[in-house]
Design a binder for this molecule. Structure first.
Ligand SMILES: *Cc1c(COP(=O)(O)O)cnc(C)c1O
Length: 435
């Protein structure tokens, strides 16, 4: 049996790791070391000429981090490589820098993580990257109209936070490829268990591994995964095909990233340039924590989806709830897309409108006892927050209006507790809020 024939559940606990290569250790060892001996001058030559893939320095690679990268690649059928980084924001920004430096444009919408939107208004313009934003995220024609000669990528979230919009990845990837640019997808909410964006044409997938991938609220980390299929030598991305002196061969002939990393040019260049020079390396201990989390990804997410459904049934009948967002519900405008892209469920995030005054909403938040009031998602514990006043505070009033982020929005991130206890907690908090 080989890894290639294994199912998701087997890969999640086994892929990318061979105990015989690590003193027969059953659990992945934490290689807590900065550097690795070069042994001989000859071996040093090979390593510095990229001929030997053994680790050299932990900013660039580390055996524990390497297992994580291989495992995450294995969890995405159609992926050739991954790179782990020190945060989800590093994953998003490195991925965009990799395609859109030198005055490129990125085409996106406003249904994005608050930090990503804020970065679009602040850091990218400083780096010469322009962000073009379509107002109606569901209108493929709007993306088509906004595409220009300098557009270097389409960037979307597959399932969005906090309003649970679902992106039509197949249509977006078709549009991107017709224009010789890659589709980059932030798949943090869905996780590879619920959705594999490569199945629908995505070229690059980014994650905040801080969330459901690790699942225990104990680590900050990010990942970039690639299909290896996109042709970065098509003329639009000269940064991939220009020869670099540092990538020279043993005869001092400079090479480019496409020659050096033919199966994984995107993550290859990201490691050689962005990780190497900007330096958001993941620590081996944090990689170990994420590996532990991934072992139970399918079980956790399955339970979170079941908890989301139980809470939806309760919220639907509550007089204190004015609306509910979850893509698989009857009322959701994303129902059809959810059936296509998320057959196992849309994850553990639910948002709803609090039917009461701002004061009552604040009392409600102050009164929950089991739900933890905090700015995170995907934890084993259930979390609650008022995104318009916290996680999405960066959005301007115009941006809020575009994505319909209303002030009364409450976001739940369901954990692994008993659904009865969670419902009882909301019930007692509603009671206090309206007493
Ligand atoms: C949290 C999050 C990020 C940022 O990740 P960090 O690990 O906090 O840096 C990016 N995208 C999405 C969808 C997120 O939820």
């Amino acid at each position: 049996m080989t890894e290639a024939s294994w199912d998701f559940d087997t890969l999640a606990v086994r892929a990318g790791y061979n105990p015989t290569e690590h003193n027969h250790a059953v659990n992945v060892p934490i290689y807590q070391t900065t550097a690795y001996t070069l042994e001989t001058a000859e071996r040093a030559d090979a390593m510095f000429a990229f001929e030997d893939e053994d680790p050299l320095y932990t900013r660039l690679s580390n055996p524990t981090v390497d297992v994580l990268e291989r495992r995450v690649t294995a969890l995405h059928e159609g992926a050739t490589a991954s790179i782990a980084l020190a945060s989800g924001m590093a994953a998003v920004s490195y991925a965009l820098l990799n395609v859109a430096g030198r005055g490129g444009h990125v085409l996106t919408n406003y249904h994005l993580y608050g930090g990503t939107i804020d970065a679009f208004s602040h850091i990218y313009p400083e780096l010469g990257i322009a962000i073009d934003t379509v107002k109606d995220a569901d209108d493929i024609k709007a993306y088509e109209r906004a595409l220009g000669p300098d557009t270097k990528a389409i960037y979307v979230e597959s399932v969005t936070n906090p309003l649970l919009a679902v992106s039509d990845l197949e249509a977006l990837s078709r549009l991107a490829h017709a224009n010789d640019i890659p589709l980059i997808v932030d798949n943090t909410l869905a996780t590879p268990f619920l959705l594999n964006p490569f199945e629908f044409g995505a070229d690059v997938v980014v994650y905040s591994a801080t969330k459901a991938l690790s699942g225990h609220g104990n680590v900050i980390a990010g990942l970039v995964v690639e299909s290896g299929r996109f042709d970065y030598g098509n003329g639009k991305f000269p940064q991939f095909s220009e020869p670099h002196w540092v990538l020279r061969d043993e005869n001092d002939v400079p090479r480019n990233h496409l020659q050096l990393f033919p199966d994984a040019p995107f993550t290859g260049r990201l490691r050689a340039i962005h990780l190497n020079y900007l330096g958001a390396a993941l620590s081996p201990f944090d990689a170990y924590l994420i590996l532990l989390g991934i072992e139970t990804l399918a079980e956790r997410v399955t339970k979170q989806v079941a908890n989301a459904k139980a809470l939806l049934a309760y919220l639907k009948d509550s007089p204190h709830v004015s609306w509910i967002n979850y893509p698989t519900t009857q009322e959701s405008p994303y129902r059809e897309l959810a059936e296509k892209y998320l057959p196992r469920g849309a994850g553990g995030i639910v948002s709803f409108g609090f039917a009461g005054s701002e004061g009552q909403k604040r009392r409600f938040l102050d009164s929950v006892e089991l739900f933890s009031y905090q700015a995170n998602i995907g934890d084993a514990r259930s979390l609650i927050i008022n995104p318009a006043q916290t996680t999405h505070i960066e959005l301007t009033n115009e941006q809020r209006a575009i994505i319909e982020l209303k002030p009364e929005t409450i976001r739940l991130s369901l954990g692994l507790e008993s659904p009865q206890d969670l419902i009882a907690d909301l019930a007692q908090a509603f009671k206090k809020a309206f007493s």
